[in-house]
Write a protein that binds this ligand. Structure first.
Ligand code: C2E
Ligand code: MG
Ligand code: MG
Length: 528
C-alpha cells in the first residue's frame, strides 16, 4: 500500500511543483529584464547628458579658436565669461600652457595653477585632465579639456548627478579611447570598463552585478550603469521561500487526496457496491438432484460477478474480499432479494422445490441478513421448506453467536446445511450440539471416488457419520456415473454436480423443472 501512495504521489508532486518552478523561473527572468531595462534608461540619460556636455565643450573650444584676442587678455577673458554664461555644462574657461592653467575665469587674480589629475590626450586631440584640483575649491574634482592653448573647465557632477532608486546602483561616464573614467556615482568598480568593447552598446553580467554600457562613437564617450543582481532577485528569493513550501504542502495534500480517493475508489467496498448498483452481480442456480428419481428437487443459488469489461470474477475471490471489507452482509441481502423475487415462480413450477443460499460467517449474527430474510419471507407468505441455508464450519466456530440466526432460519422453516463438510474441523460433538439437517460432502471427497482411484476412507466415514446422526446428505461436485453408483450404493439421496447440470440462469432452471414436474404428475397418475 505504501508503494501505491508513492507511485501515485510522485507524479502528482511533480505536476504541482513544475508550475511553481516554472513561475519562479519566469519571475526570475522578468526581474532580470526589469533591472536591465532600468539600468539601460539610466545609462541612456547619462550618455545624453555626457554627449550634451561634450558638444558644448567642443563648440566652446572651436569658438575660442576663432577669438582673435591674445590669451589671458581682458578681452579674451570677457569673451570666455560670455561663453560660460550661455552654456549649461561649462563652469569656466581659461588658457593652458605646458600643463599649467595660466589664467581662467574661475581663477581670476590667482597665480599659475599647475594641472594635476589623470592626464591624457583623447583620440579627438583634446588634452584632458580628469580630477584636477583648483585652488578656490580644493576638495572638488574638475575636468579640464584643452586644445590650442584654450581650456574648458567642467564640474562633471552635473552630468551624473541624477536620482537613482537605490544607493547600490552606480553610474559612470567614460572616455572611450583611451578608456578612462570621467566621473562615477555610487559604488562603481573601475574594472567593469574592461567588460565592454569601446564604442559598443552592451549589457553584461558578472557574478554579482548587471552592467549596461551605452556609447556614442562620435563623441568618444560612453555611459555605464550597474546594479547588484541581489537587488533584482532579493524579493524573488523571499517569494520562492514562501511559494515553494506552500506549493509543496498544497501539492502534497492534493496528492494525498487523490491517492486516498483513488484507493477508496479501488477499495473492494466501493467496487462491490458499484457492482451491485450496476447489476453486475447476478445469480445462477445449480440444480440439486434426487439420485433415486433423477429429478431436480432444489437448486443452490451461486453468485456471479460479470464486470463491465466482460470478465467473470469467481465468487471464491470476491466473496473473500467482501468478507474482509466487512460488506458481505450487504451482498447476502442482495442474494436474498434476488432469490425471494425468483421463488414464487419456482414454487409455482414445482411445489416443494427448495432454493439453497450460501451464508458467510459474518451473516450469522444477532440482527443480520437471516433476520432480514425472516421478515421478508413472512411478509411474502411463502410456504416453509422453500429455503435451505448453507453455513460453513467456519461460521459455526462460535456456535452461541450463530444461534439467534439459526433460530430465525428455523422460524421460517428453512433447513440448514453444513457446506463443504469434511474440509474444516467440525467434531462429532459439535455436529451433535447444533441443529442442522444436512451435510454437504465437499467435492474433494467426491472427486476421490472413481473406478481407478483409491477412495478416501474419509468419504465413507462421512457417509456413515451422517447416517448415525440422522442427517441428510448432499454430495457436491458429482461428475461421473461411478460416483453416482458409489453414492447410491451407500444410501446418499441427493447430489449436485456437472454430471447433472451446471449452474444456470433462472429461465433455464424453470425450463428444466417444468417438464420434470409434468412427467412427475404423469407418473403419479399412472402409478399402481
Ligand atoms: P459452494 O457453496 O461449495 O458451491 C459449490 C461450488 O462447486 C460452486 O462453485 C459450483 O459451481 C461448484 N461445482 C458444482 N458442481 C461441480 C462439479 O461437478 N465439478 C466442479 N469442479 N465444481 C462444481 P462456485 O459457484 O464457483 O462457488 C464457489 C463458492 O463461492 C461456493 O462454494 C460458495 O462457498 C461461494 N459462494 C457462491 N455464491 C455465494 C453466495 O451467494 N454467498 C456466499 N456467502 N458464498 C457464495
Ligand atoms: Mg454452497
Ligand atoms: Mg460446497
Amino acid at each position: 500500500m505504501k508503494r501505491f501512495y508513492v507511485v501515485v504521489s510522485i507524479p502528482l508532486l511533480l505536476a504541482a511543483l513544475i508550475p511553481i518552478a516554472a513561475s519562479l523561473f519566469v519571475a526570475h527572468r522578468k526581474a532580470k529584464d526589469d533591472q536591465i531595462a532600468y539600468l539601460t534608461s539610466l545609462a541612456d540619460e547619462v550618455l545624453r547628458r555626457g554627449v550634451a556636455s561634450r558638444q558644448q565643450l567642443v563648440a566652446a573650444l572651436n569658438e575660442l579658436d576663432r577669438d582673435p584676442h591674445p590669451p589671458c587678455s581682458q578681452a579674451s577673458l570677457t569673451r570666455m565669461q560670455q561663453l560660460v554664461g550661455t552654456s549649461f555644462y561649462l563652469q569656466g574657461m581659461g588658457s593652458v600652457m605646458d600643463g599649467t592653467l595660466v589664467c581662467s575665469t574661475l581663477t581670476l587674480g590667482s597665480d599659475l595653477v599647475p594641472l594635476t589629475g589623470n592626464h591624457m590626450v583623447t583620440s579627438t586631440g583634446i588634452s584632458t585632465w580628469i580630477g584636477a584640483r583648483l585652488p578656490f575649491a580644493p576638495d572638488q574634482p574638475f575636468n579640464i579639456y584643452a586644445r590650442n592653448g584654450h581650456a574648458v573647465i567642467i564640474h562633471p557632477g552635473i552630468v551624473i548627478d541624477m536620482p537613482v532608486l537605490n544607493a547600490d546602483v552606480s553610474l559612470g561616464l567614460l572616455i572611450s579611447a583611451p578608456q578612462a573614467l570621467i566621473r562615477a556615482k555610487g559604488p562603481l568598480d573601475a574594472q567593469w570598463q574592461s567588460l565592454n568593447t569601446p564604442h559598443a552598446n552592451s549589457q553584461v553580467e558578472n557574478e554579482t552585478h548587471h552592467i549596461v554600457f551605452r556609447a556614442s562613437r562620435e563623441n568618444n564617450i560612453a555611459a555605464i550603469a550597474a546594479a547588484p543582481k541581489a537587488l533584482a532577485y532579493g524579493g524573488l528569493k523571499t517569494q520562492a521561500l514562501i511559494l515553494a513550501p506552500l506549493g509543496l504542502v498544497a501539492s502534497a495534500l492534493f496528492a494525498l487526496g487523490v491517492a486516498v480517493l483513488t484507493r477508496w475508489q479501488l477499495s473492494p467496498r466501493v467496487r462491490l457496491r458499484a457492482a451491485m448498483r450496476r447489476r453486475e452481480l447476478f445469480i445462477l442456480y445449480q440444480p440439486i438432484v434426487d439420485l433415486e428419481t433423477g429429478r431436480w428437487v432444489g437448486a443452490e443459488a451461486l453468485l456471479r460477478w460479470r464486470r463491465r469489461s466482460g470478465t467473470l470474477v469467481p465468487p471464491d475471490e470476491f466473496i473473500a474480499e467482501a468478507e474482509k471489507a466487512g460488506i458481505i452482509t450487504l451482498i447476502t441481502r442482495y442474494v436474498m432479494d434476488v432469490v425471494l423475487a425468483d421463488l414464487p415462480e419456482l414454487l409455482k413450477a414445482r411445489p416443494g422445490f427448495h432454493v439453497s443460499l450460501n451464508l458467510s460467517p459474518q451473516d450469522l449474527v444477532a440482527d443480520g441478513p437471516v433476520q432480514y430474510l425472516q421478515r421478508r419471507f413472512h411478509a411474502m407468505e411463502m410456504p416453509p421448506g422453500a429455503l435451505m441455508l448453507e453455513v460453513t464450519e467456519r461460521g459455526l466456530v462460535d456456535v452461541e453467536a450463530a444461534r439467534p440466526a439459526l433460530q430465525a432460519a428455523r422460524q421460517i422453516g428453512a433447513s440448514i446445511a453444513l457446506d463443504d463438510f469434511g474440509t474444516g474441523y467440525s467434531s462429532l460433538s459439535m455436529l451433535e450440539s447444533i441443529d442442522i439437517d444436512t451435510l454437504k460432502i465437499d467435492r474433494i471427497f467426491i472427486a476421490s471416488i472413481g473406478a481407478q482411484a483409491v477412495i478416501s476412507p474419509v468419504t465413507t466415514h462421512i457417509i456413515e457419520m451422517a447416517k448415525m446422526l440422522k442427517l441428510e446428505l448432499i454430495a457436491e461436485g458429482v461428475e461421473t456415473q461411478d460416483q453416482v453408483d458409489f453414492l447410491r450404493a451407500r444410501g446418499v439421496r441427493q447430489a449436485q454436480g456437472w454430471l447433472f447440470a451446471r449452474a444456470m440462469p433462472l429461465h433455464e432452471l424453470l425450463a428444466g423443472i417444468r417438464p420434470q414436474a409434468a412427467s412427475a404428475l404423469h407418473e403419479e397418475s399412472e402409478g399402481p
